[in-house]
Design a protein around this ligand. Structure first.
Ligand code: 4AD
Ligand code: MG
Length: 462
């Protein structure tokens, strides 16, 4: 007999039919006559209740049906008389696949702290909260592809291993097959990367943008969606060393088109979650963050505020607020400033534009004032920066000058400069941090809890 998916059975009204479910025991309660076993198969946050007539089953088998054990249950689907569920299964056959010794299985009924669950990340997906987070993560990934596919954008696979530093911030993980105990040296005693696997120094990518631009200048609208790596020593609830980023890049888009797309995209994703992940969101709203649903609905129903960096600095300066990092023009805004603007001042998502060029990457379009660049950051409540992007410098000479000013390896950038040499056009793009989006959508407080196996400084378990 075929296994039924619990999510479907819970909606079924084909009572008195025989069904088979397979899953993991969440709880067992009852007495010498009847036992109630809650079984979950991962298809939904909800369990199905299995009713067992205790005297008709082998006591040894029932003893082993404990939290975490895997089982197959065949029985009649019935309308439930109990509270909290609409259907239940009256067990006829119960098969135990794998025991989970209650003496040692760490996920017993009691609630566990997220810190503890991080230490057993290989098992935490079996909890309600992490089941919900994993399902929402999937739904958001699917919605991202759907959104861009419906818009006619192409999904482009950019390299993971690269020789360039797209953000120019130098926070890269080296990729090398050289023996660290016995490094080949050049005559002036530097490491000789010409002997390395790729014949030069390479690293894990910090962003797919530069290669994404190449594709956009032929295909029109593209997006990347892949892992990116940053060796920044940031121990915060919003930073990972390995995170996933979505980077759309569009020919013929200026900064305003770029902002419109970013706002529409974020609202689409949040709406998608509200429409398709209602059960999981309801669970998270009641167990993790009581304001979650309200916050999600607020964001989809209100226009984001748009203003310049300079305007934001003025607001911060006159706020009377004491910040850890003092505010003046030129400051790279910290989470404390971003959150003040969004949570206290505007109480609404904000898109800031026209940042000082000194604090932004080399590729951003330079404004006529010679001070600022056409950057845009989208700031969200609880998160701070969720998106960073810009219109790109499409002028060959200006871009080359900036590369030189910043002391970047000009020869290595030849392929990138070629886009400006041949058929250059106005173009723009942005990067959405996938886990920052998930923090917002799930209401989870720590970025380590929205990716299955987080990589952070001094931690690469599992
Ligand atoms: O602002 P960032 O560094 O921008 C870029 O990488 C550009 N190449 C994007 C583009 O224009 N195509 O990063 C983009 C986003 C941030 O807004 C943030 O959401 C996320 O990536 N992000 C991180 N998420 C988790 N951990 C980190 N260490 C992150 N660094 C950036
Ligand atoms: Mg940024």
């Amino acid at each position: 007999m075929n296994r039924s998916i619990i999510k479907e059975l819970l909606k079924s009204n084909e009572f008195d039919t025989t069904v088979l479910v397979k899953g993991w025991v969440r709880t067992k309660r009852g007495n010498n006559n009847v036992a109630f076993v809650a079984v979950n198969d991962g298809s939904t946050i909800h369990n199905i209740q299995v009713v067992i007539d205790v005297p008709s089953f082998d006591p040894e088998l029932l003893r082993k049906i404990t939290t975490g054990a895997s089982v197959g249950v065949q029985g009649k689907l019935m309308e439930s008389k109990g509270q909290g569920q609409t259907v239940e299964i009256i067990a006829e056959k119960v098969e135990l696949y794998g025991e989970a010794d209650p003496e040692v299985y760490p996920l017993q009924k009691k609630g566990h702290s997220f810190e503890f669950l991080r230490e057993i990340a290989h098992l935490r997906v079996r909890t309600n909260t992490f089941g919900a987070v994993y399902r929402i993560r999937h739904a958001m990934a699917f919605a991202i592809h759907k959104y861009f596919n419906d818009l006619g954008f192409y999904y482009v696979h950019t390299p993971i291993i690269t020789a360039s530093d797209a953000e120019g911030a130098g926070e890269m993980f080296r990729v090398s097959t050289l023996d660290p105990e016995n490094l080949p040296l050049t005559e002036d005693k530097k490491v000789d990367y010409s002997k390395d696997f790729f014949g030069k120094a390479t690293n894990l990518t910090v962003s797919g943008q530069l290669e994404g631009e190449l594709a956009a200048l032929a295909l029109g609208g593209i997006y990347t969606f892949g892992p990116t790596f940053r060796a920044e020593n940031s121990n915060t609830p919003r930073h990972l060393a390995e995170f996933w980023m979505i980077e759309p890049e569009m020919a013929f888009y200026d900064i305003t088109d770029n902002m419109n797309l970013a706002e529409d995209f974020l609202k689409y994703l949040i709406n998608y979650a509200l429409d398709n992940c209602a059960d999981d969101l309801a669970f998270l709203n009641s167990m993790v963050d009581k304001e979650l649903l309200e916050r999600l609905k607020f964001v989809v129903n209100n226009s984001f505020i748009r203003m310049s960096y300079e305007g934001a600095i003025d607001i911060l300066k006159s706020s009377g607020q004491k910040f850890e990092f003092p505010v003046s023009w030129g400051l790279d805004l910290q989470a404390e400033h971003e959150r003040y603007l969004v949570e206290k001042h505007f109480k609404c998502p904000v898109i800031l534009t026209d940042y000082p060029r000194e604090i932004k990457a080399f590729y951003m379009k330079q404004n006529e004032d010679n001070k600022t660049v056409r950057a845009m950051d989208v700031l969200f409540p609880r998160i701070g920066e969720i998106i960073g992007g810009s219109q790109r410098e499409e002028d060959y000479d200006k871009l080359l000058n900036r590369i030189r000013e910043m002391g970047m390896p000009e020869k290595e950038m030849d392929w990138y400069l070629d886009t400006r040499r041949f058929g250059t056009v106005v173009h723009s793009g942005f990067g959405l941090g996938f886990e920052r989006l998930l923090l917002f959508v799930t209401g989870m407080a720590n970025i380590r809890d929205v990716i299955p196996f987080p990589r952070t400084p001094r931690n690469a378990e599992f």
